[in-house]
Design a protein. Structure first.
Length: 145
């Protein structure tokens, strides 16, 4: 009897490799999972995280974009893509994504924290925005259990 691994088996294996820090094997397993089930947004999200760990920024942007196109309220995908845009020195795109992350996940304190530096790089008033975002983050962190 032959065994045929499922997409979820590959996805779970990929996640285990991500947690272990083994990007090469994580990408292999997640690519197989996506090949078997290209509509599973979590597989794209996890593959983006694996690429992100490798500091390969173009591919995770594409994967986070795929996630967002299928799940328009996915706050974490917006935040992660916004952070990537900061690293890629594209502050205008970062501010858009981090703002959307705040709107779709208003209790996500990290989205507030990341938006300040992105606004500064875009040419905004860094100090004022950073103070506002820091206060919002503190308030949200106190509210979270």
């Amino acid at each position: 009897m032959a065994l045929y691994p499922t997409d979820s088996a590959y996805a779970n294996l990929g996640w285990a490799y991500i947690r272990k820090g083994d990007d090469k094997n994580a990408l292999f397993a997640l690519n197989k999972a996506i090949e078997l089930n290209p509509d599973a947004t979590q597989y794209h999200y996890n593959r983006a995280l694996a690429y992100y760990q490798k500091a390969a920024y173009e591919q995770p942007v594409a994967d986070f974009t795929t996630v967002i196109s299928k799940e328009t309220q996915h706050a974490l995908a917006y935040r992660q893509r916004g952070n990537l845009y900061i690293y890629m020195n594209q502050p205008a795109l970062a501010v858009v994504d981090l703002t959307k992350a705040r709107e779709t996940g208003p209790r996500d304190a990290e989205s507030y924290a990341a938006r300040g530096p992105a606004s500064y790089r875009q040419g905004g008033s860094y100090i004022v925005k950073r103070i506002k975002n820091s206060w919002r983050r503190l308030i949200l962190e106190k509210r979270q259990p």
